[in-house]
Design a protein around this ligand. Sequence first.
Ligand code: ZN
Ligand code: ZN
Length: 146
Amino acid sequence: MQDNSEIIDKLKQIIKEKGLKYTKQREIIFETILNSDAHLNADELNMIIGQKYPDEKIGIATIYRALAFLEESNLISSIALDKDGKKFEPNTKTHHDHLICVKCNKIIEFLDTQIERKQEKIAKENGFKLLNHTMYLYGVCKDCQD
Ligand SMILES: [Zn+2]
Ligand SMILES: [Zn+2]
């Protein structure tokens, strides 16, 4: 398992700065997102956490609240999907863009240096200081085409 101690410390610091009480539940939810390679929605998180931490009794409402808090704190990002709701991933991942299947909601990650460079060039040409970008390409995946 990867070492999440540094980013978990950041979570603790943010909670402290906001004057909130530290809860183990919030940490478990964040850690589950950090340890997953997939983008997860609240229901999927609920299932994984229910299996891994049955004694913690973390309800879906707690998960929704924690997700809102983590996203607001800029620790995780979401992609909104029609059927599956919001899917979350940690902001600790290196930059990448997404292909999203509108039929099965599969998310494919990619990084193309030419696209990245082109975006920086366009920003520069417009005297624009680029801070960040997100790219979602919507379509139908290979499996859903037949
Ligand atoms: Zn698909
Ligand atoms: Zn992603």
